[in-house]
Ligand binder design. Structure first.
Ligand code: NAP
Length: 217
């Protein structure tokens, strides 16, 4: 598949690199087509990797666009990507609305009665937005076998068919269907975004990001 990764940070890098290893073509998007981090990634990633603006990258995708942008700038990033380029596509929103402007620990700039996932869906009504992969470290997002056990990820989205296609894609990345917990519509993104303060406290206590959540009945 031709998959777009919006963002040049550690998440964009890890996701893009893993997608290439899985055999996909990947375009990494950023604010400019000459972004140094994106160019360096392409140079190291081989001939199925390319980079461009958010707009070019969004247009490149045949089905999946993965938002790996900064949470505080995600709505701007998606406006730059352009609603028409994202129309009908499945947008996996990994961004967390963490605000570091008052130092550590960060606070959530949106929570409780709203979420970034919902704001993204409101901004892009003709795009199938799925909030997912935002509750674990980027090295494991598309490579669950790197962590032992049946740890889980979540998905939140309004379109059941899109969630089915996304689940099939996750299966190709190594996630078992039983490890992917469908929480419901996009409103349930509130919960996974609010899990981040818990994730950060665990990270601080363990001293490593190499862990994930699990569900036991
Ligand atoms: N680190 C993890 O393992 C992890 C886990 C779960 C979720 N997340 C979430 O994943 C997302 C990406 O995290 P990250 O650490 O890789 O990257 P990041 O530093 O949070 O974001 C980098 C991206 O944000 C864009 N950006 C920054 N300021 C901008 C602005 N003013 N306008 C438009 N775009 C702007 C940059 O654009 P340019 O390319 O143009 O510079 C860059 O592509 C975040 O939302 C984070 O909360 C991260």
């Amino acid at each position: 598949m031709k998959i777009s990764v919006l963002g040049t940070g550690m998440v964009g890098n890890a996701i893009g690199t893993r997608l290439l290893a899985l055999g996909h073509e990947v375009m990494m998007g950023s604010r400019t087509a000459t972004n140094e981090k994106a160019k360096a990634w392409v140079a190291s990633a081989g001939n199925k990797a390319s980079n461009g603006t958010y707009e070019t990258a969004a247009a490149f995708a045949d089905k999946f666009v993965i938002n790996c942008g900064n949470g505080q700038h995600t709505l701007d990033i998606l406006k730059q990507a352009g609603a028409s380029n994202l129309k009908g596509k499945i947008l996996i929103d990994i961004a967390n609305p963490l605000d570091f402007s008052e130092g550590m620990p960060p606070f959530l700039s949106v929570c409780n009665k709203d979420s970034l996932g919902e704001q993204v869906q409101k901004l892009l009504p003709e795009t199938k937005v799925i909030k997912s992969l935002n509750t674990l470290n980027c090295n494991f997002m598309l490579n669950p076998a790197l962590l032992a056990g049946d740890h889980v990820i979540f998905m939140s989205g309004n379109d059941d068919a899109a969630k089915g296609e996304y689940l099939a894609f996750l299966n190709t990345c190594g996630w078992k269907s039983t490890q992917v917990f469908d929480l419901g519509d996009i409103k349930t993104a509130r919960g996974t975004e609010m899990l981040l303060p818990v994730w950060l406290s665990i990270y601080q206590k363990l001293g490593t990001p190499n862990f994930n959540f699990g569900i036991v009945k």
